[in-house]
Ligand binder design. Structure first.
Ligand code: M3P
Ligand code: FE
Length: 311
């Protein structure tokens, strides 16, 4: 496998207003696995069933909803060493965080993106597996491991803020991502959204233009199939979870999607599908004349709330 450098979005820390309500939503309803909690720091650590690393979602109780940080996992410690001067040369201040400061994690680099988001990189995290083992693993975990929305893994996040072209340049020039898709204003050609990938997925991170820095648009989780998106929608209805946009397909990335909100107002997405991106796949550009089909291709209706509601 040729994938080196930055591997994936490995950890998202979400601020929630009430930890008990967040546990009901993310663990009981969505079916993430709670692996650890910290009563003093008011944090819950979760993973999806098919992730090997100890956790991918951290929920932190706070007075305001939104995003604390995103952390990407890199291939090895040498990658961190190599990236530090490149991030600095781009013009960002980099702080070093010792191993163990973040539980189950090796050392981290931390910096602020031009969009105002706190981002970290790490190479090591304790692995606890997906319950199948690594020798003759089979395909089906024991009853009860796959629960709730049947989420396979954390997939991507969409961040709102200014300077999204600068973010695009950072991710392409320093982190070796590809720009898979872009939404621009039809007349000015200004960027409205940037979709960036470090893998064969249509995106691992995306940015949407917002006047205020550091805003959180959504975190997204992968499901096995479009049938599972409908199953999640049925559970969302049963448990009266507020829906942002019901089952549909994105034009951008072509994922089968549903958006809903956690009890603190943070937007979540579960999705399946999407095309395969290779390093030689050309960037796809959409403009505002096709905002409906770009956002939601089954009814071609652009949702105003979709671009303006963030935490
Ligand atoms: C996604 C996705 C926009 C499309 C967003 C797409 C901002 O979030 O998961 O494919 O139009
Ligand atoms: Fe998404």
């Amino acid at each position: 496998m040729a994938l080196r450098g930055i591997l994936r979005l490995g950890e998202v820390c979400i601020r929630v207003l009430d930890l008990a309500a967040a546990r009901t939503h993310y663990v009981d309803r969505m079916g993430l696995i709670e692996v650890m909690s910290d009563e003093e720091d008011r944090k819950i650590y979760c993973k999806a069933w098919d992730e090997h690393d100890h956790h991918s979602i951290v929920l932190r109780e706070a007075d305001e909803a939104g995003l604390d940080y995103v952390a990407f996992k890199v291939y090895d410690d040498q990658t961190l060493t190599d990236l530090e001067p490149r991030i600095q040369a781009f013009g960002l201040d980099v702080s070093r965080i010792d191993a163990g400061v973040y539980p189950k994690s090796g050392r981290r680099l931390e910096f602020f993106l031009p969009s105002g988001h706190r981002m970290q990189l790490y190479a090591e995290k304790a692995q606890i597996g997906n319950t199948l083992g690594t020798r003759n693993p089979g395909v089906m975990p024991d009853e009860g491991v796959i629960r709730g929305f049947r989420i396979n893994r954390l997939d991507h996040c969409l961040l709102g803020g200014p300077n999204i072209d600068e973010c695009g340049r950072l991710f392409q020039e320093v982190f070796d991502f590809d720009l898979s898709e872009r939404i621009e204003d039809e007349e000015s050609r200004d960027s409205l959204a940037m979709f960036l990938t470090c893998s064969t997925k249509p995106h691992d991170v995306a940015f949407v233009i917002q006047p205020e820095p550091g805003r959180f648009h959504h975190v997204s989780f992968l499901l096995e199939s479009a049938t599972d998106v409908i199953h999640a929608a049925d559970m969302i209805g049963k448990y009266r979870i507020p829906v942002d946009v019901g089952p549909n397909r994105h034009g951008v990335t072509r994922g089968n999607t549903i958006y809903y909100f956690d009890p603190s107002g943070n937007r979540n997405e579960v999705f399946s599908g999407g095309y395969v991106h290779y390093p030689d796949t050309p960037t796809l550009t959409w403009d505002t004349s096709q905002m409906g089909p770009a956002q939601f291709s089954q009814d071609n209706i652009a949702r105003e709330s979709f671009l303006t509601v963030v935490t």
